[in-house]
Design a protein around this ligand. Structure first.
Ligand SMILES: NC(=O)C1=CN([C@@H]2O[C@H](COP(=O)(O)OP(=O)(O)OC[C@H]3O[C@@H](n4cnc5c(N)ncnc54)[C@H](OP(=O)(O)O)[C@@H]3O)[C@@H](O)[C@H]2O)C=CC1
Ligand SMILES: CC(C)(CO)C(=O)C(=O)O
Length: 315
């Protein structure tokens, strides 16, 4: 049986790890930087950590030096930072048009951007922790739940063929050993995951602290205000999440999530440390923007977004 042809666009920590993991069960191409491609050509794609130790030699790398031909992919994963979504979609629109494209990214708004380039949009959430530890080298260091994947915004308009595609994607991921669940309301799942990023990413980045520090009484109060505002926006956007209200989520955050992520450093902390653009506009910035659309004021989210943007401009 011929293997599915999969393209992973914006392959770094997440994309290269998924490429390595699914490489036995799919024919994988990645759009990545030349530094990764050069190293993969020489040494193979190296992965270590909880997804196993592997050297993978059958990955096709697409770069500015080795551009994509008019290949026909069965489906596409987009795994870039949210800040690069629009540019990458525009660059690879020829390959994306009419194809199922799955955003495996953090933040609010990626799927809406992708829907300008294809009519089969899927969203996914992933709570595994990945790092690019060198050129063509990745480490997978922790996993706190299954990946969730589904049609965006939900599966109400999806026909039989599209469902078959989703089943194929899930089969490849499962066969490769990636825990994954089908979601019939991925928009809610994305907001549920984003609440954690909204609560912890900006403060850990601004204060240069690990996630556990946010259990300090002074910081808990600020986190709570950020989340109260987010819940007002969620209500106005008519998104159903699994917590009844902000209080309910905050109990879960302070009693379960923050202790679970106590020693970890958020991606926004790491982006600022490495002088990289952060995804603030897709996290707290998205709350401010959508709040404005509904006439809701979001001073705490606006304040932390401004501080992160200031720091990222300086770095
Ligand atoms: N890392 C993690 O543990 C997790 C990450 N996420 C989310 O997943 C998404 C991806 O994260 P992550 O993998 O860590 O990010 P990375 O920055 O490691 O990977 C994205 C890659 O895309 C590359 N890229 C950007 N533009 C282009 C281009 N035009 N051509 C070729 N390559 C390009 C980047 O290169 P360059 O850096 O040179 O621009 C980078 O190597 C984010 O939304 C993140 O928040 C979600 C859960 C966990
Ligand atoms: C889950 C969390 C907060 C892990 O650090 C994350 O998604 C991030 O750092 O962006």
């Amino acid at each position: 049986m011929t293997k599915c042809k999969v393209l992973i666009i914006g392959a770094g920590a997440v994309g290269l790890s998924i490429a390595a993991k699914i490489s036995e069960n799919a024919d994988v191409s990645v759009v990545c930087r030349k530094r990764h491609s050069d190293s993969i050509a020489k040494n193979g794609l190296l992965m270590d950590g909880i997804w196993g130790e592997k050297t993978v030699c059958n990955i096709n790398c697409i770069t500015e030096k080795n551009p994509a031909k008019n290949d026909d992919y069965d489906f596409i994963f987009l795994t870039s930072k949210s800040t690069d979504t629009e540019k990458l979609c525009d660059e690879y629109k020829g390959l994306m048009s009419g194809k199922p494209v799955v955003s495996i990214q953090n933040g609010i708004g990626n799927e809406e951007i992708i829907s300008g380039f294809t009519d089969i949009v899927l969203g996914a959430t992933i709570t595994t922790n990945f790092q690019a530890t060198g050129d063509g080298r990745v480490n997978v260091n922790s996993e706190s739940g299954s990946m969730k994947i589904g049609f965006f915004p939900d599966d109400s308009l999806i026909n039989y063929n599209a469902n078959e595609i989703l089943d194929n994607i899930i089969e490849i991921l499962t066969k490769s050993g990636i825990p994954v669940e089908k979601s019939s309301n991925i928009k809610s799942a994305i907001w549920e995951k984003s609440l954690l990023n909204i609560a912890v990413n900006p403060l850990t980045a601004i204060l240069s602290v690990n996630t556990g520090e946010l259990l300090d009484e002074n910081l808990k109060e600020i986190v709570s205000e950020i989340i109260y505002e987010a819940f007002e926006v969620i209500k106005a956007e008519k998104i159903s999440v699994k917590w009844n209200d902000a209080e309910d989520y905050l109990s879960y955050l302070f009693e379960y999530l923050l202790p679970a992520f106590y020693t970890s450093y958020t991606s926004m902390y790491q982006d600022l440390k490495l002088n990289r653009m952060t995804e603030i506009d897709f996290i707290n910035g998205a709350i401010v923007k959508r709040g404005k659309d509904h006439g809701i004021i979001t001073p705490y989210n606006s304040f932390v977004s401004g501080l992160v943007r200031y720091k990222q401009k300086k770095s």
